[in-house]
Structures are given as structure tokens and as C-alpha cells.
Design a binder for this molecule. Structure first.
Ligand code: ZN
Length: 188
């Protein structure tokens, strides 16, 4: 079942997610619903806050973004990033491994709003997967960008907080203000 999305202006997007202690049948069902939601809205990543729940859980599937390459290493061996999809990350921790690069981002909680964000190009990820097992991998390119964007959500950080100065035009500020007002009006 696809869940309703939360949009910029909804306070849940600013909430730091509680750590997930263990997998439960309820959480498994929630993960299934998050994948359905991400698919319905054609996203490549979705954080729990974006469906109204402040816990440290995100789902990712970059397979539809064929024109933006990703890299993956598991145990020091190069692997096919698609082989890891779809991906569930619980309580993810990120270690930057190289220099930041600028690249375009959007977010399902910010319809029609895009901008460039500078982030490390390659990161190490430690997390729990959807079966409750510990995983560690190194990723680069789009997957690294996506993992960092989603992990930010789990801490109440949004891509507009990190957006490059050049992308923060007056038009963008106006769009953000409009979206925030619209969201608050619906919530009242
Ligand atoms: Zn987002």
C-alpha cells in the first residue's frame, strides 16, 4: 500500500529519527509500503520521515536512473550496484572517503524543486539491512549521493540546507516559501 508523502513545511521532516532496535513484522510491512510509495512517485530513495514516521529507516532503488553512474565495493571487491537493489538501510552511518563534488538533486518532499548539492563522491556505509543484519559497503556516484541525501533525512536535514549557493535563487526561495505555506495550510 502506497503511503501519503509528507512535504516541506511538515514538522516531521525536521525530526531526528529514533534508532531502530530490531526488525518486527510491523516494520517489514512498513518497508514494503515504503517501496510501493517510492515506486508510485518514481523516486530513487525514500526516508521514513517522508511518510510521516521519524525513525532511522530508508529505502533506495537507483536502477531507474540509468544515465547517472554509481560504483559499489563490497569487502574491497568491485560489485554491480544494481545487484544490491532494492536496498533497505536502517541506522546508517556514513564515512566520507574522498573530496566533495557538486551534482543535481531533487526530493519527493519538494515537488518541482531541484538544485545542486556538494557532497563527498565516495562514502563507506555501515547499516542494518531489511533482514536485521549488519552490512558494510563503499559506494560512489549517484548511489553515494542518494545514500547521503536519505541519511540526512533520518537526521532531519534536508537537501535545501546543503544546496549550493548558486542554486539558491530568488525564484527557488519563493517556490520554497509557497510550498511551505501550502503544506501548513493542508495540515491545519
Ligand atoms: Zn529527499
Amino acid at each position: 500500500m502506497a503511503l501519503p508523502l509528507t512535504f516541506y513545511g511538515n514538522p516531521v521532516l525536521r525530526k531526528k529519527g529514533a534508532a531502530v532496535e530490531s526488525m518486527t513484522p510491523e516494520l517489514e510491512e512498513f518497508i514494503g509500503n515504503m517501496f510501493e510509495t517510492m515506486e508510485e512517485y518514481r523516486g530513487i530513495g525514500l526516508a521514513a520521515q517522508q511518510v510521516g514516521r521519524a525513525i532511522q529507516l530508508t529505502v533506495i532503488d537507483i536502477r531507474s536512473a540509468e544515465n547517472r553512474p554509481s560504483t559499489l565495493e563490497i569487502n574491497g571487491e568491485t560489485a554491480d550496484p544494481n545487484s544490491m537493489m532494492p536496498l533497505v538501510l536502517i541506522n546508517p552511518e556514513i564515512t566520507p572517503l574522498n573530496d566533495p563534488v557538486s551534482g543535481p538533486e531533487g526530493c519527493l518532499s519538494f515537488p518541482e524543486i531541484y538544485g545542486d548539492v556538494t557532497r563527498p563522491e565516495k562514502v563507506r556505509v555501515n547499516a542494518m539491512d531489511g533482514r536485521g543484519e549488519s552490512i558494510e559497503f563503499v559506494c560512489g556516484g549517484l548511489l553515494a549521493r542518494c545514500v547521503q541525501h536519505e541519511t540526512d533525512h533520518l537526521h532531519g536535514i534536508l537537501f535545501i540546507d546543503r544546496m549550493d549557493r548558486a542554486s539558491k535563487t530568488d525564484e527557488l526561495r519563493e517556490d520554497l516559501e509557497f510550498l511551505q505555506k501550502e503544506t501548513k495550510a493542508v495540515l491545519e
